[in-house]
Design a protein. Structure first.
Length: 86
């Protein structure tokens, strides 16, 4: 994996995790449930494929989880400030 692919993957997975987590938070009206779902999907995929991720893969998946956690924190902050989503 080249450095450019690595950097693009980090940005892509972070934004993807944030976006999907944010939409699920608005639809399901829960705060941390998308984090649990994302963690389950990552662990389930690794166990099902019997893959031991390298350091590059672990960093990329960690950035995706960070995006999902960021979406939960954003929704929680918006709700505390009085914004209602759906």
């Amino acid at each position: 994996m080249s450095l450019l692919q690595f950097v693009v993957s980090i940005v892509l997975f972070t934004v993807l995790g944030f976006g999907i987590g944010f939409i699920l938070n608005m639809i399901l009206k829960t705060t941390w449930f998308p984090v649990v779902i994302a963690f389950g999907v990552v662990v389930g995929a690794l166990v099902y494929q019997k893959v031991v991720p390298g350091i590059w893969d672990a960093v990329i998946l960690g950035c995706g989880m960070a995006g999902t956690v960021g979406s939960g924190w954003t929704i929680q902050t918006l709700r505390k400030k009085g914004y209602r989503m759906f």
